[in-house]
Design a protein around this ligand. Sequence first.
Ligand code: NZQ
Ligand code: ZN
Length: 389
Amino acid sequence: MDNFNFYSPTYFVFGKSRENEAGDYVRKFKGTRVLIHYGSGSVVESGLLARVKKSLANAGIWFTELGGVVPNPRSGLVYKGIEQCKENNIDFVLAVGGGSVIDSAKAIAIGALYDGDFWDFFTGKKIVEKALPIGTILTLTAAGSEGSSGSVITHENGILKRATGGEVLRPAFSILNPELTCSLPPFQTACGATDMMAHVMERYFTNSKRVEISDRLAEGILLTVINEAPKALANPLDYDARANLMWAGMVAHNDTCGVGRLSDWSTHQMEHELSGLYDVAHGAGLAVMFPAWMKYVMKHDVMRFAQFAVRVWGCSMDFQEPENTALEGIACYEKFVSSLGMPIRFASLGARAADIPVLVKNLGLAGKTLGNFVKLTEEDVTKIYELAV
Ligand code: NZQ
Ligand code: ZN
């Protein structure tokens, strides 16, 4: 197992109706002037936004608001939010929504304390060292941003989707009420399950040795999603299925199962180029890219893929030909995400083989490699995109 530091300071508030305590938690974490940030309408329609405002008002907290975040959140609204924070002396950003809203809130929180262009932090020009504190009220179980140190934003200028990260971006608190996710359409529920599994698998396929504790935690999270996602799809109001998925989504990405080992992340980066170019849902893009990546890199460590097949998918081990077991595991994964309603090939995303050179160029490798499990060159990445066609 590798050396590691693990800092996960978020205060989690989990369960039914807990959003009504939002004001208490903003106060607990010293927020006095709040920007409430939300998406394109679901929290208005559900009445959630009104309940959150009431809770803040009851706690005597001043607030202003900024809605309009879209999936694959754009830089334009981030600039607007930064200006709003500076004009109103905001000292706390409260995100009410899914991963896109939370990521947009994190970007605003960075920019509010910076005199230059917030995009500097997403191009690697600047390192995130300070940000306004943020709180989240999660409505979609998927990205794990409610517990993670990351943020992903798409710049309108060039349709580039880029990520940044920093310890200060971990939310001060996150309110997780599974009831809020019962209104999710099946497609978003399935995208969420696929994204959570991807967060675990990016960590699972590693060259680090003797990492049994994180292997077993990872397998437990995957098994939970495999069991619970179909239940949430069959009965969207199944509270316990939603609750199990909600906590699985958090532990899948706050790095509980990633410490002490080197993670990969090449599939996420290849997917971000698809989301950037075609504005596809992140989970759907991952369902297409993961099987292609697995097939391409499998031979690098057949036994790890065979372990995945046996422990996660219940395949029998073929000791004579372990490669058969490894391939069976990949087929099981593909069949599962497909059964959730996810696309597994380029065409269903609206992606085109002719655009592969653009996708590869946008990754900006310029002689560098991508990922850690296998260090992928531009030629490898091209072949993986081709496999996804
Ligand atoms: O905008 P509203 O009206 O709220 O509608 C949203 C949106 O259209 C809707 N929705 C959310 N909660 C709902 C609901 N509809 C009905 N009932 C509810 N309770 O769902 C749609 C999708 O929302 P979005 O926030 O875009 O989805 P998700 O949570 O999957 O977030 C995806 C974003 O997170 C990034 C992705 O790249 C993508 O941009 N990621 C962020 C990460 C991080 N910060 O650590 C890591 C991830 O790997 C990921 O890259
Ligand atoms: Zn993801």
